[in-house]
Design a protein. Structure first.
Length: 286
C-alpha cells in the first residue's frame, strides 16, 4: 500500500491482483462534516493566519508522532536545541551508529516535553506495541487509514488521566495520538473505522480505543496528558455514525480521484562537456 498526498486529499493505492485501486482515507471522508466553529475561527483571524497556524500545528504534530514512533521502535529521542545543543556532532553520529539510525532530534522544548509525557505513559501502562503507523484498509468499503499504534494492554487501573484512574480490561487497542486541541467525536469515529478495518483484515479483535492527548489541562498523574477510553460497544456506535458520514462523502465526492504525479528522487543538471563525453562513450560502445 502506498500513501499519496495531494494538497488536502489523501488516498491510498492498493494493488489487488493486476488492478490498482485508490481508496480515500478515513480522515478525508470525515472532512465532509460541517464544523461551524472552524469557520468562525477563520473569520476571526483571517484565512492567511489560519492557514499558517494549521500548517505549523500539523508540522509540530508530525514531529511528535515521529518521536513517538522512534521511542516505541527501540530508538532514541534526543533533545538538541539549535542555540544550546546538548551533544557535539561526533556524539550525535555515535548515536546514529548505536541505534542503527533510529533516532530523532527534538529542537523545541515543548515538543520534547510531549515526548517525555509519552515515555511516562508507556512506563505506567507497559503496553506491548504490536504495530506503529500501521496502514489498515477495508476492501468492502474501499477506504483506508493509518493507525498510530496497535497495542496489547493488561487489565489494570492506570494513572494516565489526571486525578482519576483509568480502568482498562485486558485486550487489544487501537491508539491515536492528539498533540493539539481536542475536537469533537470525529476522533472516535476515526478510531472506530480503523478498528473495523483492522478486524476485516483478519488481524485480530479490537477490545477498545484510546486517544492520548498531550495538550490536556490535567494537573495530576502525568501533568498535561489525558487518556480517553472508548469501549468496544462505544466503538461500535461510533462506527455506525461513521458509516453515515461515509455515505454522505460517497454521494458528494465518490468520483474524486487523486492526481498522481511521479518524479525522480534526485535531479542533476548535467554540464555540456558531460553530455558530450556520454555521446562519445555511446559511440565507442557501438
Amino acid at each position: 500500500i502506498k500513501s499519496i498526498e495531494w494538497f488536502d486529499s489523501r488516498f491510498y493505492r492498493l494493488t489487488i491482483g493486476d488492478e490498482v485501486k485508490y481508496f480515500p482515507s478515513v480522515t478525508t471522508k470525515l472532512n465532509v462534516i460541517n464544523k461551524p466553529y472552524l469557520a468562525e475561527w477563520r473569520g476571526s483571524i483571517g484565512n492567511r493566519e489560519a492557514d499558517l497556524r494549521v500548517f505549523e500545528s500539523s508540522e509540530r504534530g508530525t514531529r511528535i508522532h515521529y518521536a513517538w514512533y522512534v521511542l516505541t521502535t527501540g530508538g532514541a529521542v534526543i533533545y538538541q536545541p539549535n542555540q544550546r545543543p546538548n551533544y557535539a556532532k561526533e556524539e550525535i553520529d555515535q548515536f546514529y551508529r548505536d541505534f542503527g539510525g533510529n533516532i530523532t532530534l527534538m529542537r523545541w522544548q515543548d515538543e520534547m516535553y510531549d515526548a517525555v509525557k509519552l515515555m511516562r505513559w508507556h512506563e505506567l501502562v507497559k503496553p506491548k506495541v504490536l504495530d506503529s503507523e500501521l496502514i489498515v484498509y477495508s476492501i468492502a468499503h474501499a477506504e483506508a487509514g493509518t493507525a498510530d499504534k496497535i497495542m496489547d494492554i493488561e487489565e489494570g487501573d492506570y494513572a494516565v488521566n489526571g486525578g482519576e484512574l483509568l480502568t482498562l480490561p485486558k485486550g487489544r487497542y487501537v491508539v491515536d495520538l492528539k498533540t493539539g486541541k481536542m475536537g469533537d467525536d470525529d476522533s472516535f469515529m476515526q478510531l472506530a473505522a480503523y478498528a473495523a478495518c483492522y478486524e476485516e483484515m483478519g488481524s485480530g479483535e479490537i477490545k477498545g480505543g484510546l486517544i492520548i492527548h498531550t495538550q490536556a489541562k490535567t494537573k495530576k498523574a502525568i501533568e498535561g496528558l489525558s487518556t480517553l477510553y472508548r469501549t468496544k460497544d462505544g466503538l461500535r456506535q461510533d462506527y455506525e455514525d461513521y458509516r453515515h458520514v461515509s455515505a454522505i462523502w460517497e454521494r458528494k465526492f465518490g468520483s474524486m480521484r487523486p492526481r498522481v504525479f511521479e518524479f525522480p528522487s534526485m535531479l542533476v543538471l548535467k554540464k555540456e562537456n558531460e553530455k558530450e563525453n556520454e555521446k562519445e562513450n555511446e559511440k565507442e560502445n557501438e
